[in-house]
Design a protein around this ligand. Structure first.
Ligand code: NAD
Ligand code: MG
Length: 333
């Protein structure tokens, strides 16, 4: 399935079984490519620009692969056009293999940055594609697999990124763990700890390790969520961590302002990524994922890429301690 392309027979079979609205939506990334989503583009109707529900029912073992999702998420592979906004910058992105992290990695490289990505060893197929995309943009890629629930690894990750890139001035804490549970008593201590370690401890450890390398003008970005503002009842532990991520940005921005380092958060709404089809949502909710937003569909990672670029870019010099929402019209910052 991972080798499935839009032209392959198996893909055609799946597409043939889909609702017409979805098929029309899947064709849309090609339109985005013509228009150049990362630069000035013609007006594009956000309700039809990307796939709309219903989606095929699907589940993958965690952490999942973007390459196995149907439809495949759009991370801006064929659409993002850079304009030198991050020329010569050096970025580390956790969860850079798929989802928002991958969209940021592609955009950063096309804007002129060298990019290190962290991910889990099981995600090597997705990570390989991202490395290829970064190097095709003419930039240096540093793939650094490993589990960020371990403090020693977090330290090593930062040292490896700095060594391979020759420095660091953009840090994106984006990796995340989300598992749906109807009732909080179903969550074991081990599961609770897993979510906290990934989403709250790891950004703390990684940022601590990175700080000595971050010079004035550096930018730190964390991926929070709409759930920090509108917590759904099935995400008791996860929603708390995303609220913590929002506060991470607001408090650190105050501490690091005097060093000339900006800290901001991105708060996405429902976005079509592996996180959702690996236990992030109840399986029966996947076909209608994103339908309950005013735009009537989930976001695609590509639609958030320019937000990460904007928060990282030097011309956003007065933006710190902010939360940038992209929720399809749901609540948020
Ligand atoms: P994703 O599955 O594509 O990315 C999550 C990444 O986290 C994985 O690719 C994996 O590499 C990484 N990760 C998880 N546990 C790890 C560990 N122990 N060690 C190392 N890496 C680990 O999904 P995504 O939706 O793009 O998630 C990115 C961020 O966006 C997360 O912080 C998530 O909370 C946030 N977010 C997602 C949505 C959504 O609807 N998809 C909405 C709001 C916020
Ligand atoms: Mg992944």
């Amino acid at each position: 399935m991972s080798a499935d392309t839009p032209e392959s027979p198996s893909r055609r079979r799946v597409m043939g079984g889909m609702a017409a609205g979805l098929v029309a939506g899947v064709a849309a990334p090609a339109l985005a490519q013509q228009q150049g989503a990362g630069t000035a583009a013609q007006p594009r109707d956000p309700t039809t620009a990307y796939p709309r529900p219903p989606f095929p029912a699907q589940q993958q073992p965690w952490p999942g692969l973007a390459g196995k999702m149907q439809p495949k998420p759009d991370h801006g592979e064929t659409s993002y056009r850079g304009s030198g906004r991050l020329a010569g910058r050096k970025a580390l992105i956790t969860g850079g293999d798929s989802g928002m992290g991958r969209a940021a990695a592609i955009a950063f490289a096309r804007e002129g940055a060298d990019v290190a990505i962290n991910y889990l060893p099981d995600e090597e197929p997705d990570a390989r594609e991202v490395v290829q995309l970064i190097t095709s943009a003419g930039r240096r890629a540093a793939p650094i697999p490993g589990d960020i629930r371990n403090e020693a690894f977090c330290n090593q990750l930062v040292q490896d990124a700095v060594r391979q890139l020759g420095g660091l001035d953009i840090l994106v804490n984006n990796a995340g763990r989300q598992q749906s549970h109807d009732l909080f008593t179903e969550i074991t201590t081990e599961q609770f700890d897993w979510t906290m370690k990934t989403n709250v401890y790891a950004p703390f450890w990684i940022t601590k390790a990175a700080l000595p390398y971050l010079k004035p003008g550096s930018s730190i970005i964390i991926t929070s969520s709409v759930v920090a503002y509108e917590p759904p009842e099935n995400l008791f532990d996860y929603a708390q961590t995303k609220a913590a991520n929002m506060i991470y940005a607001k408090v650190l921005a105050k501490q690091l302002a005097k060093r000339g380092i900006r800290v901001n958060a991105v708060a996405p709404g429902p976005v079509w990524t592996p996180l959702q089809v690996t236990g992030g949502q109840p399986a029966d909710k996947i076909p209608t994922f994103g339908q309950n937003t005013p735009l009537g569909r989930p976001g695609q990672p590509a639609e958030l890429a320019s937000i990460y670029v904007q928060l990282a870019a030097a011309d956003a010099s007065y933006a710190t301690g902010q939360v940038y929402g992209a929720t399809g019209g749901r609540g948020g910052p």
